[in-house]
Design a protein around this ligand. Structure first.
Ligand code: SF4
Length: 509
């Protein structure tokens, strides 16, 4: 283990250097006693110096790169510090390269979409040069060619969907309840409380939705998509679920709505009554999320439903009508290996979903898994997790099989601490793309958030204005007026011309 990591110099590169060191697992994979990093900026050149102390010996290394003239200099400096450091560590200490190189943001496809909007990679005849874009991703971010091709494919496939939403908005409704908490969950969801608390939440949600509707009407906004997520919205008892969906419909549904999604998530929360309510209110997209089709794993990860529940819920949803059904799977779950994942995928494809999202397990802060690892009584080995190489093999296998079944990738995002350091990818057949999934990842459309833990994000040229509702249920209910006022303030900044508090939308995080 490294005893000390020091960053010297007049600039603060702790975050970017930390991302590189974490992704290469430098602390675990090297026997360094001390690592010292120093960066210099001379004109448009960034020079990174590395001093490594190991077994009493000191080693010095240096790498220099030049910023691209067409990019913002600040962003370029961060990229080059990462690139220099990554190359120094890879080439001098035999560390394993990682699939995405120095690309660490959540929404990497945004980088390509920005390039295209600036004319990069578009020929004078208006044709997109995919290979040129892929090559630049590889060279700027040291990303593997296969991953760069995947990013390019997804970014380009999203363009017409992004365009279809221009001038329209999406609405997100956050229902923060689940039946039980999954081992890996870091979402702000809680076990279903007593009816009295649910009723208080519903009162707050109705107030929140009324305020959002009033603002939508005031600014003349058109709603393209509605997404009811959480949590697991279908975890609500029947009466509350019907009340909630009726209210969402009345507030937001209108002539411009092209997609109305309800996350059903846990199959054991899907009943004939809820299916009929969803049909009544014109829901167009639902999900059943098995994560795995192995009962042993489901029990370990605390899902508290059976494989049979997945099949029953899927068939009942399919029989109920012509909506699109998404299924989420996770690769890298405790105890699972490639053969297990192959069996899961085979069973899922027999059901014929329209959309399959392949997630890679992420050990995130706030999850039971992370807490159990942090208490030092449990170690990573105790969970029998597959290693990075095996997780990558699972992702490759998924891609190969899904393409063979006429699915192609249409949205993609990354998270910290993902197994295999890969990505989460949504795969679907042509025409089954989830519009909301694309809009939320591309950050080119306003998303108004109502409900607990909901976020409002409003693009303002290349900047994003944000307002976040409380993650904690009690705080959301108690301080609702304050959260509504925050949302109103950011809406006024964009739609009413008031300027303040902006995040740069060119960033991919
Ligand atoms: S179903 Fe989803 S939101 Fe609910 S506990 Fe599991 S991971 Fe979290």
């Amino acid at each position: 283990m490294i005893k000390k990591i020091r960053l010297r110099g007049e600039y603060d590169f702790d975050k970017v250097a930390g991302e590189v060191l974490r992704s290469l697992k430098v602390e675990m994979a090297t026997g360094f006693d001390e690592l010292e990093i120093f960066n210099e900026i001379i004109g448009r050149r960034v020079i990174t110096h590395l001093k490594v102390t190991s077994c009493g010996n000191e080693f010095f290394f240096k790498k220099s790169s030049v910023a691209r003239a067409e990019e913002r200099f600040g962003a370029e400096v961060n990229r080059l510090v990462k690139k220099n450091l990554y190359l120094l560590l890879i080439s001098n200490f035999a560390l394993d390269e990682v699939p995405y190189g120095i690309m660490h943001g959540v929404r990497p496809t945004k980088i390509i979409q920005r390039w295209l909007s600036e004319g990069y990679g578009v020929t004078s005849q208006g044709v997109i040069d995919r290979d040129r874009i892929t090559r630049r991703i590889c060279s700027d971010f040291l990303t593997e060619r296969g991953k760069a091709q995947l990013l390019t494919e997804v970014a380009i496939r999203q363009l017409p969907i992004i365009k279809s939403g221009a001038g329209k908005i999406g609405v997100y409704v956050g229902i923060p309840f689940c039946k039980t908490r999954c081992l890996y969950c870091s979402f702000p969801s809680q076990a279903l409380p007593a009816d009295k608390v649910i009723a208080e939440f519903m009162t707050a949600l109705n107030c929140d939705m009324a305020a959002a509707t009033e603002a939508i009407n005031r600014y003349g906004l058109k709603v393209q998509t509605i997404y009811v997520g959480g949590g697991t919205p279908t975890a609500l008892p029947e009466n509350f679920f019907a009340e909630m969906l009726a209210a969402v419909y009345e507030n937001f549904h209108g002539a411009n709505v092209e997609e109305f999604t309800v996350e059903c998530g846990r199959p054991d929360t899907i009943s004939a009554e809820k299916i009929s309510v969803m049909k009544k209110f014109a829901v167009t997209r639902v999900s059943v999320n098995p994560q795995t089709m192995h009962q042993k794993t489901l029990d370990i990860i605390g899902r508290k439903h059976t494989v049979a529940d997945v099949e029953r819920a899927f068939k009942e949803l399919r029989a109920a009508g012509a909506w699109q059904i998404n299924m989420d799977l996770i690769i890298g779950l405790p105890g699972e290996r490639l053969a297990d994942f192959k069996a899961t995928l085979e069973k899922i494809l027999e059901l014929k979903p329209d959309d399959v999202t392949i997630h890679s397990l992420a050990i995130k802060r706030g999850s039971k898994l992370q807490t159990r690892l942090a208490d030092e009584l449990n170690r990573l080995e105790d969970f029998n997790l597959p290693d990075d190489e095996e997780v990558r093999a699972m992702a490759d296998y998924a891609g190969e099989v899904l393409r063979g079944e006429n699915f192609s990738p249409y949205y993609l995002y990354r998270q910290g601490y993902m197994s295999g350091q890969i990505e989460n990818v949504g795969w679907c057949k042509r025409g089954a793309e989830g519009i909301y999934n694309v809009q939320i990842m591309s950050e080119r459309q306003t998303i108004l958030g109502v409900g607990a833990a909901a976020s409002t994000k409003i693009p303002d040229k290349w900047q994003i204005r944000t307002a976040f509702n409380a993650k904690d249920l009690k705080t959301y209910i108690k301080d609702l007026e304050r959260y509504i006022a925050k949302r109103e303030a950011v809406m006024a900044q964009v739609y009413g011309g008031v300027k303040n508090g902006i995040r740069d939308a060119r960033r991919d995080d």
